[in-house]
Design a protein around this ligand. Sequence first.
Ligand SMILES: Cc1cc2nc3c(=O)[nH]c(=O)nc-3n(C[C@H](O)[C@H](O)[C@H](O)COP(=O)(O)OP(=O)(O)OC[C@H]3O[C@@H](n4cnc5c(N)ncnc54)[C@H](O)[C@@H]3O)c2cc1C
Length: 293
Amino acid sequence: MKPAAFDYQSPTSIAEAVQMLAEPPEDGGDVKVLAGGQSLVPLLSLRLATPARIVDINRIPGLTGISEEGGVLTLGALVRQRTAEHSDVVARACPLMAAAIPHIGHTAIRNRGTIGGSIAHADSAAELPTVALCLDAEMVAHGSNGERTIPAAEFFTGFFSTALAEDEILTAVRVRSVAPGTGAAYEELARRHGDFAMVGVAAQVRLDGDTVTEARIALSGVDAQPVRASKAEAALVGHTVDEQTLSAAADAATADLHPASDLHASAAYRKHLAGVLIRRAVRNAATRAKESA
Ligand SMILES: Cc1cc2nc3c(=O)[nH]c(=O)nc-3n(C[C@H](O)[C@H](O)[C@H](O)COP(=O)(O)OP(=O)(O)OC[C@H]3O[C@@H](n4cnc5c(N)ncnc54)[C@H](O)[C@@H]3O)c2cc1C
């Protein structure tokens, strides 16, 4: 199948793009932003998305930078996933993102797919939304009412939906750089290499000696949006990472989970996987935290 007809616009500034998004098409219909096209183009080709207008943001300057200042890592929305994967700045300031990105599809997908596109698309099985929630990332959006910052806990609002308004563009993502003694791991299980995971777990822990002083855990694939495992985090803080603590964290996280069954996995299997992957991710994150101290 081929995409339905649409108007194509290619703004060269954020202000121009916002104006194009805010202006309703003459014959009605949606307006969609095009970034890397790795999710939108397949949706167009399958006619699951039939926007009247596409606003291609790739010619807007200033959206491809990676910088770290004052303990905050900022990635422009158009940073390609592959660029972030190979960035020394990302590896140092945000090891969780560096660990998660290689799980996204295949190299060809990551060459085009953007950090902002993945977060704006908000697939509950995707790695970057899960990382953003785990790290309390801030999303910077520009719209007709100017600029605003949206915390990750408010950004993901449901199945493929976010707090972005129809006339807003995600322009950057900010996360706090890690402190010494912090380790991170992203663990997931997919049926085939490059597939979306059935369940994924993002974990970041900070140790003082052998004791956990800070823990962050988020899960993908277990609800309509990524889920923060706050009770599991609480079960880790103040403890050493041994088998008893890992079991307590896994039990705390899975007790409240009610994943759906689908073609890829039953609800019971997803719940079991979540427990296994939490143990694995926290254990690996703690090992890396010791190495980085
Ligand atoms: C075969 C295949 C396998 C894949 N496997 C995985 C995987 O395992 N894990 C994973 O996470 N992803 C996977 N993906 C998706 C990939 O990561 C995409 O790159 C990502 O989901 C979307 O990023 P994009 O830049 O391509 O956005 P696009 O496809 O251009 O846009 C996606 C959506 O986000 C909106 N959007 C994009 N950028 C912005 C912005 N700056 N502001 C506002 N709205 C915006 C668009 O309007 C559209 O609705 C896979 C894709 C393919 C084709």
